[in-house]
Design a protein. Structure first.
Length: 184
């Protein structure tokens, strides 16, 4: 399986170096609520971010490599039909808060069903990617954990301390992403 982006679509995705290096300085209050990027585990509180059609959010520079080679959400594994690129603008006053939409990027769709993709992966022995870092898991899945809620797979070293605390063998009841969505 190759990259999902055609060359024109790759050119449509803004490269990290094309974006402003210095987003406007911001001040935040305790009432401001930031989402955590599941790739780097830092708050998404300034700069640029991707928001998927399934409403998951990631730092642009963290998620760009993922969306160049995959058409599923790294958090929930839903098909990603588009990503919106937003930039931090402290003067923006909208329903998105201080985030201003810069680009709406439709992603390619496939004619094959999810089931046939999964069968192909199993036949080819392609290891699944970690939902947190995007890197492939070992084929034997010895150092992998699965969330019972969203069925996402994680490297043990990619789990947060709270996730490690609830780890039961190779399973955890709810990953941080599922916990966060339950709170919303």
């Amino acid at each position: 399986m190759g990259a999902i982006f055609s060359e024109p679509l790759r050119r449509a995705l803004p490269k990290v170096e094309q974006l402003d290096d210095d987003p406007p300085a911001t001040t935040t209050t305790s009432s401001d609520r930031f989402v955590t990027c599941t790739f780097c585990l830092d708050d998404i509180d300034s700069g640029h971010k991707f928001v998927t059609n399934c409403r998951h959010e990631f730092h642009h520079q963290c998620a760009e490599p993922w969306f160049i080679r995959a058409s599923t959400c790294p958090n929930c594994r839903q098909k990603v039909k588009y990503v919106d690129l937003l930039t931090w603008d402290p003067f923006e006053d909208s329903a998105r808060g201080p985030w201003k939409k810069v680009h709406h990027i439709p992603l390619p769709t496939y004619e094959t069903s999810e089931e046939s993709d999964e069968e192909e992966d199993e036949e080819e022995g392609v290891p699944a990617p970690c939902a947190r870092c995007g890197h492939e898991l070992d084929e034997d899945l010895e150092e992998a954990a699965v969330c019972l809620c969203c069925e996402a797979l994680f490297h043990h070293q990619c789990l947060s301390d709270s996730e490690k605390a609830q780890l039961d063998g190779a399973t955890l009841n709810r990953c941080n992403d599922c916990e966060q969505h339950e709170d919303e």
